[in-house]
Design a binder for this molecule. Sequence first.
Ligand code: PEP
Ligand code: MG
Length: 324
Amino acid sequence: LVQGLEQLRDVPCVTPDGHRMPLLVNTGLLADVARSLDRGAEGVGLYRTEVPFMIQDRFPSEKEQQATYREQLEAFHPLPVTMRTLDIGGDKALTYFPIKEDNPFLGWRGIRVTLDHPEIFLVQTRAMLKASQGLNNLRIMLPMISSPFEVEEAQHLIHRAYSEVLDEGVDVPMPPVGVMIEVPAAVYQARELIQLVDFLSVGTNDLTQYLLAVDRNNPRVADLYHSMHPAVLQALTLVAAACREAGKPMSVCGEMAGDPAAAVLLMAMGCDVLSMNATNLPRVKWLLRQITLSDAKALLDEVVELDNPHLVQATLHLALRNMG
Ligand code: PEP
Ligand code: MG
């Protein structure tokens, strides 16, 4: 089977009835690049910029960041690389920037930190823009957004960074900007949010945690953590509808996108791009190449009626097995 999956590298992810689904990867380190390209990734849907920050003992300088980002952008060029601005706090700590809180997942994390420290955000976005010179495959994505106001503030800073790099003589186009949907509030404001940006990308890891009030890292409640919970599926459906109405793309970049059975549901909802760990990409491609979009939609109609995640999972697996 592994050999079979390897041969999938150069074939497109297209269903038997001709529906095309781009499969992108989530990266963090340069080491992720080779295995991603090996598995036929069509770009990066989530580059976790905090990863290079986590392996340092101080904030990387603008020049250092620029070099790191350039490596990612060059490696995938001309394919798109979606760089998420620094997402620290919660479970991701920097030794040189400690955050002590009783409730870190409800605290100072992601965009909240960088809007309070615009100097960190400006250095990072300038580094991204400079790194993209001559390549133009950069996209910027904002983590942990819970209100349109934060997007406006972040965009204001991105525009400032942009005019600063232009002033330095760097000639780059303004990259597309997107928002991650990982806080329940953002699901209900997806219509407003998509008006402000070019794309939405659902982070199902955090969205599941916050919708179900289940810590994503706590083994004691791990049984309750389920991305196929009907509430998560309904949330995804709302986001997909908002993107469809706006005529802008929706992607999913949480672990859910790398689960082949879940990927079938996401495709059926109208999700335009899936981004996942490179390890899972061949299996997702294999399954999507077996199932028609219309069968996937029928399956989605069936499982959204179910009232618990275990039933969703079991029904899906049974149906997929019956399809061969
Ligand atoms: C997510 O929350 O689903 C996500 C992709 O971001 P991270 O796992 O880095 O929090
Ligand atoms: Mg997240």
